[in-house]
Structure formats: C-alpha cells, structure tokens
Design a protein around this ligand. Structure first.
Ligand code: 5GP
Length: 114
C-alpha cells in the first residue's frame, strides 16, 4: 500500500483541499513552491504511462480537479497561474508509484524545468 492509499483511506491524516468520486487533493509534505498540491486518483494507477483506456474518466477528472483547486486557491487567473507536473519513472523523478498530478504555484516557475 502506498502512502497515498493510506491518505485516501484516512489512515494517515492529511487535510483534503478537494475530493470527488475520482480523486483527492492535499498539500505536498515537501513543497517545492509556496503552493504545492498533489491531486491523486482514488484508483491505484502506478504511473501515467500505465493508464488504460478504461482510466479515461479518471485521467480527465485529475485535470478538472486541478482547475477547481486552482480556482479555490485564487491562482486560476492568468495574471497568477500555476503548473501541473506528472513524473513517470526514474528520469521523470517519480518517487511514489501511485499516479499523481503536482500543482505548483505561488512564484514564477522557471522553464525549462531542472
Ligand atoms: P513524485 O516524486 O512521485 O512525483 O512525487 C511524490 C510527492 O509526494 C513528493 O513531492 C513528496 O514530497 C510527496 N510525499 C511523499 N510522502 C508524502 C506524505 O506522506 N504526505 C504528503 N502530503 N506528501 C508526500
């Protein structure tokens, strides 16, 4: 069981910023920006490249949830903004094998990323 499954099961406390039938959102424990939220599907999909056609609704829900969280946090306006990141595998920087979208904001983010 990954740490994210334990958070979803409420075995580990983490205040939820958002939840719906497909996913939950909570603050990253090691934030890389003033705002760093993780949006995590309730279904355990190890990583984005392993999602199947049957996961289409879940994948869509993650992006819709990101927009809702951004709106809640007051960063949806393009005068502010945010970045979404999904890490896949070693070179992608994945550390938790349970698909999640990082929502980063609160400072200008550099491009290209490191
Ligand atoms: P990845 O590197 O797999 O893309 O992202 C995993 C993220 O999960 C990291 O940003 C890390 O800080 C975060 N994380 C790891 N363990 C925990 C935890 O127990 N609680 C929370 N809220 N975030 C965690």
């Amino acid at each position: 069981m990954t740490i994210f499954e334990k958070i979803i099961a409420r075995e580990i406390p983490a205040p939820l910023l958002y939840e719906d039938e497909f996913c939950v959102a909570f603050n990253d424990a090691n934030p890389q920006a003033p705002i760093h939220v993780l949006i995590v599907p309730r279904k355990v999909i190890p990583r984005v490249g392993e999602a199947e056609a049957e996961d289409q609704a879940t994948l869509g829900a993650l992006l819709l949830a990101a927009g809702k969280v951004a709106n809640q946090l007051g960063i949806k306006d393009i005068s502010k903004g945010f970045r979404l990141v999904i890490n896949h595998g070693r070179d992608g920087g994945e550390t938790v094998p349970h698909l999640h979208v990082h929502l980063l904001a609160g400072r200008p983010l550099e491009w290209p990323p490191g």
